[in-house]
Ligand binder design. Structure first.
Ligand SMILES: [Zn+2]
Ligand SMILES: [Zn+2]
Length: 224
């Protein structure tokens, strides 16, 4: 390296430290911090980030622009949020089921939010129940939709109807999710089937998977 190179290097590093702004923290490190704060807090203000990272708001905007371009962050009024699907919007995460790889039907889908921040979407309660029964750990939250009313239902508090006399809409044996036991009972009076709570349903779906007469889409996964 020639003398001019050394001078430029000295000048560059000197300029950064004397401004006291960048503090030699790499943009990638700041961006990682921004993402982890967002995962914990959901929403952050630019001014707040500027204070926490001890960089100018202009620097924060540069970091945010990188994250927005990567599709990981969205700008909101006065700040930023994570681009991943919010917990109250099941089915918007990915277009294939994390368990059976079928395309996801929004109406029947369930969405798991894991402790590490990852999100998985299942095509229907059948796959969500099997994934819970067989997975190494339970998701932090698992949400689906009430089969009749369409509103969001937490899986653990939901009611599952199996064996109803309606065509199979997704996976066999079919499990339908209801928010209220009364609604599940009303449905069963019309279409038959049995009602299970979440724990019972995770056991029952595995039992039904293993019944030899059941024609099933993922027997290998159920039998192991
Ligand atoms: Zn599936
Ligand atoms: Zn399915």
């Amino acid at each position: 390296m020639g003398l001019s190179g050394v001078v430029i290097l000295w000048y560059t590093s000197h300029k950064i430290t004397s401004r006291g702004e960048e503090r030699r923290v790499l943009p990638a490190e700041r961006q990682k911090k921004i993402l982890s704060w967002l995962q914990q807090e959901g929403h952050l203000k630019i001014s707040d980030l500027s204070r926490r990272l001890q960089v100018s708001e202009m620097t924060v905007h540069r970091d945010v622009r990188v994250l927005v371009d990567q599709g990981r962050v969205v700008k909101t009024y006065g700040g930023i949020s994570l681009a991943s699907p919010p917990v109250d919007a099941p089915g918007r995460g990915s277009s294939t089921c994390a368990y059976c790889r079928r395309p996801v039907d929004d109406r029947l889908s369930m969405t798991a939010n894991h402790a590490d921040g990852s999100v998985e979407t299942y095509c229907c309660p059948h796959c969500a129940l099997l994934a819970c029964a067989q997975g190494p750990s339970q998701p932090r939250s698992l949400l689906g939709r009430d089969f009749l009313l369409g509103h969001t239902v937490g899986a653990a508090a939901g009611w599952y109807v199996m064996g109803a006399d309606i065509p199979t809409l997704c996976c066999e044996p079919q499990a339908l999710l209801f928010g209220e036991r009364q609604d599940a009972e009303r449905f069963v009076r019309g279409f038959g089937g049995e009602i299970f709570d979440f724990d019972e349903a995770t056991r029952e779906i595995q039992l039904r998977m293993n019944r030899p007469h059941t024609a099933c889409c993922h027997q290998e996964a159920g039998r192991e």
